[in-house]
Design a protein. Structure first.
Length: 557
């Protein structure tokens, strides 16, 4: 007998509807039949389902409704079909401060808390019989079977390879699932769950900017964090040390991976879930932000038979996405591609991917050295971090392999100095390097609410433009709408600085020329800076002045 059954039996006895002997008989029947004691009591005819529901409503001091009809249209719109079915609730209407919702069990506080969070409104529960709630759902949302695809798309999450409790419809499980679904629907790149002193803060990073969401109840903090740790195969007993995990989920027909990090803080364990959506890897060069002339340059680089191509920029500048886009472009049956990454973020079909594991001495350098024996055509090294990795990558590019990798430098010409600082001889850098690309990410203006405008003198000055230089420009700004969550931006794109090496540049590198002189020569040969590429995209109406100026502060120093 569940604890809730015991509570309901006591309520029925206190109201005089059953006796102590009836309770004992119901418990005996329940044990023999393998059902709940209350269900056994109803089956025996001693009470009806209506008696039980009325008694529960009375004990909870809640309004009881025997018949649900009619329901205002705005109330139906407030609770999506999949939420009504999953939680077994029906909206009845709005009061001044809350949404009235019919529930079968007023003591299920977790469901009420979850609805408050998911629907982003206060809930005023009203008790109704289960059969009446089911009838109302079928009447107002359609019978079961209609809209099933919508329910799966919006709500069903299947965990791949992770333990799943028997009570897969428990409110905490549904609440955590809804966190992931909402973040994915809003195009979030990560979910931050942060315990503060008096609240559990939830934030989604959308287009590179953290945005606060409604807080789940603080008292559910431990349950929410434990659920996420179970999903990601972490130890729920370990609360003192950081842990990392991974969740593979299936939402309708889309596979999504979550990389999970858990770290102890003052007020509990903080969780960050990085959403790795494989659909982002299918982007072509135009979707990454390359304009037609830069796209032609990139295609020429990608079709080189050997050499090393580096992508540089700070953390979060989209380097990995660009490299994956390049690999996707090159992934053909007649080529062998191998990557060494830390961690392997996306699983790519047709590509051999190696995960770094320093605990067993499988470092970038060790993996790269072994990979060369696999006779690959194309190699991607997630990041060049040390002299040994740099040396092996350079040597691989000199022996007939096309090598892609990343470095942390502010601009493209600085990559040369960085490799030399790591211990690679300048003549090897000059011989192996084919091109370097620095990049940043800027937010794209929302296509639905953007409109043309005349930039101020201050904005033109920030970009280093004069009014005479913007003839025919298409400056745009966005007011904000439902499509972009009132931000004026939807999605991100890259701005790029592509440094191509020719014989003259190679000679300068071989002579140990300083970075500032290399940059001057690159500019002389036609290299556009990050700021200049950003200006092109502002003038084309793709992004805003503020986005480009903020992303390229370093470019003009």
């Amino acid at each position: 007998m569940s604890p809730n059954d015991g509570h309901v039996l006591e309520i029925l006895r206190d109201l005089g509807l059953i006796s102590a002997a009836d309770i004992q008989q119901a418990e005996d029947d329940a044990s023999q039949q393998g059902i709940g004691a209350v269900d056994a009591l109803i089956a025996s005819g001693r009470v009806t389902q209506l008696d039980v529901t009325k008694a529960i409503a009375n004990a909870a001091s809640m309004e009881f409704v025997e018949r649900i009809d009619p329901i205002p249209h705005d109330a139906i719109e407030a609770v999506p079909r999949h939420i009504a079915r999953r939680y077994g609730v029906v909206p009845l209407g709005r009061t001044e401060n809350a949404l009235r919702v019919a529930v079968a069990d007023p003591f299920d506080l977790e469901t009420i808390d979850s609805l408050t969070y998911i629907l982003k409104t206060d809930i005023e529960p009203v008790v109704a019989p289960t059969q009446e709630i089911d009838r109302a759902i079928n009447q107002h949302y359609g019978p079961l079977g209609e809209g099933v695809q919508e329910e799966q798309t919006e709500s069903e999450i299947q965990i791949k390879g992770g333990p799943e409790g028997a009570a897969s419809d428990a409110p905490i499980i549904r609440l955590v699932n809804q966190l992931v679904v909402d973040a994915h629907r809003l195009r979030g790149s990560d979910i931050h769950i942060e315990p503060l002193e008096k609240r559990l803060r939830v934030r989604y990073r959308i287009d590179g900017v953290l945005q606060e969401m409604p807080d789940p109840p603080k008292r559910l903090q431990a349950a929410i964090i434990s659920r996420i740790k179970i999903m990601s195969n972490m130890s729920i007993a370990e609360k003192r040390l950081p842990q990392d995990g991974r969740i593979q989920i299936q939402m309708a027909d889309k596979a999504v991976d979550l990389r999970v990090s858990c770290i102890p803080t003052n007020h509990g364990e903080s969780i960050v879930m990085r959403i790795l959506d494989k659909s982002s890897l299918l982007l072509g060069l135009p979707e990454l932000g390359f304009l037609s002339d830069d796209q032609l340059i990139m295609e020429r680089i990608l079709n080189l038979p050997d050499g090393i191509f580096l992508v540089t920029g700070p953390t979060g500048s989209g380097k990995t996405t660009t490299l994956y886009g390049c690999l996707n472009f090159l992934n053909k049956p007649d080529r062998k591609l191998i990557t060494v990454e830390d961690p392997v973020e996306y699983i790519l079909q047709g590509i051999n991917q190696v995960q770094v594991n320093e605990e067993i001495d499988l470092t970038f350098a060790a993996a790269l050295r072994s990979m060369l024996r696999q006779a690959p055509n194309i190699i991607m090294v997630g990041e060049i971090r040390d002299a040994e990795t740099a040396q092996i990558a350079i040597n691989a590019s000199l022996t007939g392999h096309l090598v892609f990798s990343t470095l942390h430098t502010n601009d493209a010409p600085s990559a040369v100095t960085r490799l030399v600082d790591l211990g690679v001889k300048p003549f090897l850098v000059a011989s192996a390097m084919r091109a370097v690309m620095a990049q940043r990410l800027v937010r794209k203006l929302c296509a639905k609410c953007s409109s043309g405008y005349e930039p101020s003198e201050g904005e033109l000055s920030a970009l280093g433009l004069r009014p005479s230089q913007i003839t025919g420009a298409n400056f745009q700004h966005a007011q904000g709408c439902d499509n972009c969550r009132r931000t004026g931006f939807r999605g991100r794109m890259g701005i790029f600085e592509i440094f191509l090496l020719n014989d003259e540049v190679q000679r300068l590198i071989n002579e140990g020329t300083p970075t500032n002189q290399l940059r001057a020569k690159a500019r002389q040969l036609g290299m556009r800076t990050l700021r200049e590429d950003g200006i092109r995209k502002v003038v084309a109406g793709l992004t805003s002045v503020t986005e480009v100026v903020t992303a390229t502060m370093q470019d003009e120093n």
